[in-house]
Design a protein around this ligand. Structure first.
Ligand code: ADP
Ligand code: MG
Length: 315
């Protein structure tokens, strides 16, 4: 039966790539990294009821499991190439796996990601996707590199996914917000466009202030975010009051947008290249001396929330 499932997965995700010498079916895959490129590698696990609400459609789980990983490649400015998939399923469920790989392939195909191997086991529902991409040697976008005076930017809009979770807890959520939670769009093209422009970059998975904090810690700088400049969707504004919207945008997780810094001299080029991409780009603040990540409102009042975002194993 497990063999049937692997066949099903292979058929749904098959995609020719010259750099895949051997894909699914042997004890390991055999892969060729192009000369002059570094291999960018990441893995993310989604656990039922933790990283997606119980009852999430299997297509959406398939999409999201790849999307969160593509988002990590995007944040490094890497081009996606190969994925591996460890599936833990309560039962050998062909319908579930068929739907799951449909969602996975819907994102893998346009990004030309080949699924080259994995593991299928029985247990509580959990999905781990490993991702592999390429970046020209020395050109990856790291968290370290932000300098005092750099501008801070984000792609897309923030807070929708967390808004969807709030809505669910309160008994209902608009479809537009739910779609941002279930089918995040990894900003792969934006990440590629940022090579040679951004001084530091991170993807916003835990919350804007938390993830910007990662850039600041790695770079030895602080940040001042203009809370009213942080882009939010019309759907979020329509569903929550202004103070809640602001909190969701600053601290809500699961966005999978990029947050990055760049010297002011590159601002014009950067806006030109990124504003035409899906989601666009917005300047939201400035890198400052120190180590604090703070937010202020239009009047200059400090409105930094007490919690900055999501942390596992936090009390
Ligand atoms: P082994 O026991 O040698 O690890 P498996 O029987 O687990 O091999 O897997 C057989 C082949 O199927 C391997 O190539 C493996 O990478 C692939 N495979 C297993 N599960 C998955 C999965 N969920 N997604 C993709 N490939 C898988
Ligand atoms: Mg083996």
């Amino acid at each position: 039966m497990e063999f049937d499932l692997i066949e099903l997965i292979n058929a749904a995700t098959a995609l020719p790539r010259d750099d895949v010498v051997l894909g699914i079916g042997d004890d390991t895959a055999l892969l060729r990294v192009p000369a002059g490129q570094e291999l960018a590698v990441a893995i993310d696990t989604l656990v039922d009821g933790v990283h997606f609400p119980r009852g999430t459609a299997p297509e959406d789980i398939g999409w999201k499991s790849l999307a969160v990983n593509l988002s990590d490649l995007a944040a490094m400015g890497a081009t996606p190439a190969w994925a591996t998939l460890a599936l833990t399923l309560p039962h050998s469920d062909r319908d579930f796996v068929g739907a799951f790989v449909t969602g996975f392939a819907a994102l893998a195909k346009p990004h030309r990601v080949a699924l080259v191997g994995g593991d299928t086991t029985q247990g509580p529902l959990a999905v781990s996707v490993g991702i592999h991409g390429f970046v020209p040697a020395g050109q990856a976008l790291r968290r370290a590199g932000a300098r005092v005076g750099d501008d801070i930017y984000v792609t897309g809009t923030l807070g929708d996914a967390m808004g969807a979770l709030r809505g669910l807890a309160a008994g209902g959520t608009p479809a537009a917000l739910r779609a941002r939670l279930d089918r995040p769009t990894p900003r792969v093209e934006a990440g590629l466009a940022l090579r040679g422009l951004a001084s530091a970059c991170v993807d916003v998975s835990d919350g804007l202030l938390a993830d910007l904090g990662h850039i600041c810690r790695a770079s030895g700088v602080g940040a001042m975010v203009e809370a009213d400049a942080v882009p939010v969707s019309d759907a979020l504004r329509a569903h929550f009051d202004a103070a809640t919207v602001r909190g969701l945008a600053l601290t809500g997780g699961d966005n999978y947008e990029l947050c990055f810094t760049a010297p002011a001299t590159r601002g014009e080029t950067l806006m030109r290249l990124l504003s035409v991409l899906p989601g666009g780009v917005t300047r939201i603040g400035r890198i400052v001396a120190g180590s604090d990540v703070r937010a202020h409102d239009r009047a200059g009042l400090d409105i930094t929330p007490r919690t900055r975002g999501w942390e596992h194993f936090s009390a």
